[in-house]
Design a protein around this ligand. Structure first.
Ligand SMILES: [Zn+2]
Length: 190
């Protein structure tokens, strides 16, 4: 995928995040954008997850004032982190129904989130290519953890020296295989 193609992906991602924030307005609490702090490669799982969570809000909010609200969506150590809160609107103590339904919403939302996080682990964060196979290996860029396809790992940090990354247990700098930059356990003990 070329840099131009990636630019197209990023623009599309911005548009998607605006639409999602609008259509899932309870989940994103009326924000203008979903503000996902991760690469556009994870858009599909995040779009699906947002609608699943907003569907809970559609069922629970109008009548019961129970809602799921996103706190933060970001990439950390190469994986998706999707933080949410389950809230009950209104003054005073929540009713028995509200307590039961917020437990229900929280359990279901956690399950949906876990599935989406797993799905994201299987695709390149930048371009969305399924990774972890021979044809498109999962690469872990070194120095900062990000799981990417090989093309994206190599393109990273343009203008800087060839990026170092791990692929299938071997280490590379650009195209060239290099010795492990990590000391083995026996060396560390010396
Ligand atoms: Zn990629």
């Amino acid at each position: 995928m070329s840099e131009d193609d990636l630019e197209v992906l990023r623009t599309r991602s911005d548009e998607l995040q605006t639409r999602i924030a609008k259509e899932c307005c309870v989940l994103y609490d009326g924000a203008e954008s979903a503000a996902w702090a991760c690469g556009p490669g994870w858009d599909d799982p995040l779009e699906k997850l947002s609608y699943k969570l907003e569907a809970l809000n559609v069922q629970l909010y109008d009548r019961w004032k129970v809602k799921v609200v996103v706190a933060q969506v970001k990439e950390k150590f190469g994986t998706l982190r999707f933080y949410f809160e389950c809230l009950v609107d209104g003054n005073g103590e929540p009713t028995h129904e509200q307590v039961v339904l917020s437990h229900y919403a929280e359990d279901l939302a956690s399950e949906y989130v876990r599935k989406a996080e797993e799905e994201c682990y299987g695709v390149c964060e930048e371009c969305g290519t399924p990774i972890g196979t021979c044809e498109s290996p999962r690469c872990c860029t070194l120095g900062w953890y990000r799981y990417l396809c090989r093309d994206c790992a190599m393109r990273h940090e343009e203008g800087s020296p060839p990026v170092t990354y791990e692929m299938n247990g071997k280490f590379y700098e650009g195209d060239k295989e290099i010795p492990s930059p990590f000391k083995s356990k026996s060396e560390r003990r010396k």
